[in-house]
Write a protein that binds this ligand. Structure first.
Ligand code: GLC
Length: 536
């Protein structure tokens, strides 16, 4: 495997709780993942990113970590994680794990000690404890999950939590926090982990004095402060101290592509999720703008772009693409707008060929390869996301994209386990055609489309990271060449368009109409003569 494997890698996101349940208790686990490693190898992915697998009270699906050096007992054990890493490596699959440095769980020993030690203690200095103002919280910061970002400890002091009140923010001005996380990185690197996905990577540093949020330009005193880059320089030195390549991917939702790219300077993170692309509507002009802006921002720092359509925090894109408004925004999640599943599926198939042909790395969220929709009809009582709770249900939260995967069979648990135990979130009753077993061998299925596309992505020397050139095509169509032998054409206009001449179809996202490419369809083409570039 090449040293620069991450630059063009196809990385599959495993949300452990919902992937496969090996011990049959209704919750996914590492035994389940191990039993499906061959499935992932056959799919053709290069790496897995695991959502947090650490011991956790699961207030926020594991993003509330109580011990960074062990495995959640419901998921397995450290010994099993080590085995999994080894087995994955044996199949040529790298392992990236989540690290959550902005906050920990209120059950983490540090936070327990802080509560016990009381105001003014060094234990409290690892967090953000402050006295209140006029009987209220110390400032006006709001939790990203709704409500105030401050909660009162029993002795009256308040502590900061940008997420749920069970996720106290760590204080990165405290050297102990730096030492601790440096040690945690080494702990996992030493166990063979190939990289970390950094949760809330922009949030670790808070503005001195914790001033109120009141910047007219929307700048937040807890996001994207310059000091955060020092942390990633420290971390990069640790990664680079290993002989083989260890990498970081940052999670930053930032409005400014230039600020975003600063995290990708050569002595900081290797890559970051492209949320502008994820949020972009199904519109040729807008998508092209995002692709160009992404490439323009990444080029000066020589970082590969990434392409992301879905993850565990957002509406599944089959559902999004079937709506009148095909963009994603957290603010819109309150509304369950009507969706046309067939249209969404057709576009999602075309989007798969688009993302897998663009230059850089690509992320595939578990179940996306099965064309799963968002489960929007979950009953209030089964919803577990703190977002739902903290907003009193005005935001329905993220459970709908986290429903356990269907592997086989015609009714729940659809092979998620073999004991028949009810999955931790109920599965829709119309998933029998969506299972891995049902789709395998069906040439028209989403799963076989992903398999074929990933196989070709590996076989085509021009795919993965590298140059691209836009081609001249009618409005509403996206077309680009990756080298002089390969092109991708995506038709987002409302009508069929002729395909470029002197080409041969390698893969199509849907049926073609002779030499025409129907609407909401994409093709990968072998080009037999140089195709006229437009401005690139
Ligand atoms: C990130 C995670 C999300 C989590 C939050 C707090 O945005 O992706 O799932 O709730 O951070 O850790």
């Amino acid at each position: 495997m090449s040293d620069n494997w991450w630059r063009g890698a196809a990385i599959y996101q495993v949300y452990v709780r919902s992937f496969a349940d090996g011990d049959g208790d209704g919750t996914g686990d590492l035994t389940g993942v191990r039993s499906k490693l061959q499935y992932l190898a056959d799919l053709g992915i290069d790496a897995i990113w695991f959502n947090p697998w650490y011991p956790s009270p699961m207030d926020d699906g594991g993003y509330d970590v109580s011990d960074y050096r062990d495995i959640e007992p419901v998921f397995g054990s450290l010994a099993e994680a080590e085995k999994l890493i080894e087995e994955a490596h044996g199949l040529g699959i790298r392992i990236i794990i989540d690290i959550v440095p902005n906050h920990c769980s209120d059950e983490h020993p540090w936070f327990r000690a802080a509560l016990a030690a009381g105001p003014g203690s060094p234990e409290r200095e690892r967090f953000w404890f402050r006295d209140g103002v006029d009987g209220g919280p110390p400032n006006n910061w709001q939790s990203r999950f709704g409500g105030s970002a401050w909660t009162q400890a029993p002795d009256g002091q308040w502590f900061l939590h940008l997420y749920s009140s069970r996720q106290p923010d760590l204080n990165w001005t405290n050297p102990q926090v730096h030492t601790e996380f440096a040690d945690i990185l080494r702990f996992w690197f030493n166990r063979g982990v190939d990289g970390f996905r950094i949760d809330v990577a922009d949030g670790l540093v808070k503005q001195d004095g914790l001033p109120d949020v009141d910047d007219p330009d929307g700048r937040l005193p807890y996001s994207d402060l310059d000091g955060v880059h020092e942390i990633y320089r420290e971390w990069r030195k640790i990664a680079d101290s290993y002989e083989d390549k260890r990498v970081f991917v940052g999670e930053m939702w930032l409005p400014d592509p230039q600020r975003f790219a600063m995290y990708l300077r050569p002595d900081e993170l290797h890559s970051a999720f492209n949320f502008d692309f994820l949020s972009c509507p199904w519109d040729a002009k807008r998508l092209r703008e995002v692709v160009d802006a992404t490439r323009d921002a990444h080029a000066p720092v020589d970082a590969p772009a990434t392409w992301v359509l879905s993850n565990h925090d957002v509406t599944r894109h089959v559902t999004r693409y079937g709506r009148a408004d095909t963009s994603f925004s957290f603010a819109d999640r309150q509304h369950k707008a009507p969706t046309d599943r067939q249209l969404g599926l057709r576009r999602a198939r075309a989007a798969a060929l688009l993302t897998l042909a663009l230059p850089g790395g690509v992320y595939i969220y578990q179940g996306e390869e099965l064309g799963l929709s968002e489960a929007e009809d979950l009953a209030d009582e089964v919803r577990q996301d703190p977002v739902f709770r903290r907003t009193n249900g005005t935001d329905i939260g993220r459970d709908g994209c986290r429903v356990p995967l269907p592997w086989s069979g015609t009714e729940s648990p659809y092979g998620f386990n073999t004991t028949g135990a009810a999955p931790w979130l109920p599965q829709p009753d119309d998933w029998s055609a969506a299972t891995v077993a049902a789709q395998t061998g069906d040439e028209d299925s989403m799963l076989e489309l992903y398999r074929s596309a990933l196989r070709l992505r590996h076989a085509e020397p021009g795919l993965g990271d590298g140059p691209m050139t836009w081609l001249d095509v009618p409005e509403g169509v996206l077309a680009f060449a990756r080298d002089d032998r390969f092109a991708c054409v995506v038709n987002l206009s409302g009508a069929a368009v002729p395909m470029p001449p002197h080409t041969e179809v390698l893969l199509a996202s849907g049926p073609l109409e002779g030499t025409d490419l129907p609407s909401d369809t994409a093709v990968w083409l072998r080009t037999h003569q140089a195709m006229g570039p437009s401005s690139s």
